[in-house]
Design a binder for this molecule. Structure first.
Ligand code: CP
Ligand code: NVA
Length: 302
């Protein structure tokens, strides 16, 4: 495995399987009260330039369970928020910390931290991708379905950070991936280029029901991501019809599961009915953030 987790494409299939196996083991150990203090004496810095419930709490709790310490660093309070260069921030923090998790807007800021610092960097969400979330998603799919080969994953909605990471992660582990997005809201060009390497395994369409046909797993995400609040009204129009609802679910396999990274907007990207019918799967997915990220921290910081 590489030194950093900057994006999903940093991970090979073997890396992902190894991380998921470790995550399963850490989950088992936690549930059975078996000590797993792999990171005693280590400190993770967590830089947040955007809001968070799951990412903050799961990283902080996970680090505690591993015997280490986590520092919440709001970029509003750091000098970086007043213009101190990332190059300097990276070199300073590398002298104190054992790793950094960062949530920010630009992917380049995460890449720069990795380039100028000397400690492992973990991407906790950028506008481009959300690899920690997708590791938890893959862990959940494997829990419900037992394997990845032969499964079809469908994503309906905005071609955003979640779509980008799900396409790369899903294809890497061997799933078919079908994505329905409206014109003008397609996944990133780099991700569509990546998908070209998976002949017959990837489909991009404008039909949600078409994309959902025979799906084993259905994903969606908000129509307006963090930082896009000003576009919410335009986006509501653009995404009308790109909703996970009964019609979409009846195109999927009868035993299909539904995943949502959360937070969810009921009656926008998903109906309240479908959300509640699949709430166990969605909250297992949220729980698995904890276990999957603990595996990432053990692999990168130990
Ligand atoms: N899914 C996710 O990353 O949630 P938060 O924004 O609450 O961290
Ligand atoms: N696409 C969403 C994901 C939140 C976890 C956003 O970036 O706001």
């Amino acid at each position: 495995m590489k030194k950093h987790l900057l994006k999903m494409a940093d991970l090979t299939r073997d890396d992902i399987i190894e991380l998921l196996n470790l995550a399963d083991q850490l989950k088992y150990e936690l549930k059975h009260g078996i000590s797993h203090r792999h990171l005693e004496g280590k400190t993770l810095g967590m830089i947040f330039q955007k809001s968070s419930t799951r990412t903050r709490v799961s990283f902080e709790t996970g680090m505690y369970q591993l015997g280490g310490n986590a520092l919440f660093l709001s970029s509003k309070d750091l000098q970086i928020g007043r213009g101190e260069p990332v190059e300097d921030t990276a070199r300073v923090l590398s002298r104190y910390l054992d790793g950094i998790m960062i949530r920010t807007f630009e992917q380049k800021e995460v890449e720069d931290l990795a380039e100028y610092g000397s400690i492992p960097i973990i991407n906790g969400l950028t506008d481009y991708c959300h690899p920690c979330q997708v590791l938890a998603d893959l862990m959940t799919i494997r829990e419900y379905k037992g394997q990845f080969d032969g499964l079809k994953m469908t994503y309906i909605g905005d071609g955003n950070n979640m779509a980008n990471s799900l396409i790369v992660g899903g294809l890497t582990v061997g799933m078919k991936v079908s994505v329905a997005c409206p014109e003008g809201y397609h996944p990133d060009r780099s991700v569509l280029d990546f998908a070209k390497g998976f002949e017959g395994m990837f489909e991009l369409t404008d039909s949600p029901v078409g994309a959902a046909k025979d799906a084993d797993v259905i994903f969606t995400d908000v129509w307006a991501s963090m930082g896009q609040e000003g576009e919410a009204q335009i986006r509501k129009k653009a995404f009308a019809g790109y909703q996970v609802n009964d019609e979409v679910m009846s195109a999927a396999r009868q035993d299909a599961i539904v995943q949502h990274c959360l937070p969810a907007h009921r009656e926008e990207e998903i109906t309240a009915k479908v959300f509640e019918a699949h709430a166990d799967e969605i909250f297992d997915e949220a729980e698995n953030r904890l276990h999957a990220q603990k595996a990432v921290m053990v692999r990168l910081l130990k």
